[in-house]
Ligand binder design. Structure first.
Ligand SMILES: [Fe+2]
Length: 200
């Protein structure tokens, strides 16, 4: 039996275990996170990130919504829209994700913690939790945000039907420069055409 494994494998297995734990509470978010890992990687490769950056991106994507494990079921699984108080609770998942990553001490864990904290920032500065703007938002967060948005709209939820690819792209175009980084969106438009995560 192996007593020691490379740190990288431990991190990957740790993220799988945590995602499985999240999935026992909310399977949709587990499966969503797994797809966001792959779609983010496709975008990262197209952006010519190096191998270490791709690893950092993949771990960040795996952990981006892990903080939802701390959101009460009556909010997380609510089948209708949130009131103001519920919305504030839901928004706290980004900081919860950061806190969970911060308990782990591995290579680039500080960068990953920031990447997950900022995955709901908007390119125009109107996101949360810190209202960061433009390129002050970590590049990993900007990539994850786009993959997250596409996947969220392509999956059926109790409060919305699964959208078609053309509808999703129309919404993303409208949000371009508001929610998402225009340079990353240009790359995304090409990548999604050949991605297995493209919906019909
Ligand atoms: Fe999120």
């Amino acid at each position: 039996m192996k007593m020691f494994k490379e740190e990288e494998n431990v991190v990957c297995e740790c993220s799988k275990a945590l995602l499985l734990a999240l999935g026992q509470k909310d399977e949709h978010t587990q499966l969503h996170s797994e797809r966001v890992v792959e779609l983010s990687s496709e975008v990262g490769i197209a952006l010519k990130l190096d191998i270490n950056q791709i690893k950092t991106l993949r771990i960040s994507a795996a952990f981006h919504d892990i903080g939802k494990i701390g959101i009460p079921d009556n909010v997380l699984l609510k089948p209708s829209s949130f009131n103001d108080e519920e919305w504030e609770i839901m928004k706290s998942h980004a900081i919860n994700s950061e806190k969970i990553v911060n308990t782990l001490d591995f290579e680039n864990s500080d960068i990953i913690a920031k990447a997950v904290r900022h995955h709901h920032e908007y390119y125009n500065g109107n996101g949360y939790p810190d209202r960061l703007k433009g390129e002050s938002i970590p590049i990993y967060s900007r990539i994850i945000s786009l993959a997250d948005s596409y996947d969220a709209m392509s999956s059926p939820r109790p409060y919305h039907n699964k959208r078609l690819h053309a509808e999703i792209m129309k919404i993303l175009e409208e949000e371009n420069g508001i929610k998402h980084d225009p340079k990353i969106f240009e790359i995304f438009k090409n990548i999604i055409q050949i991605s297995k995560y493209k919906v019909n």
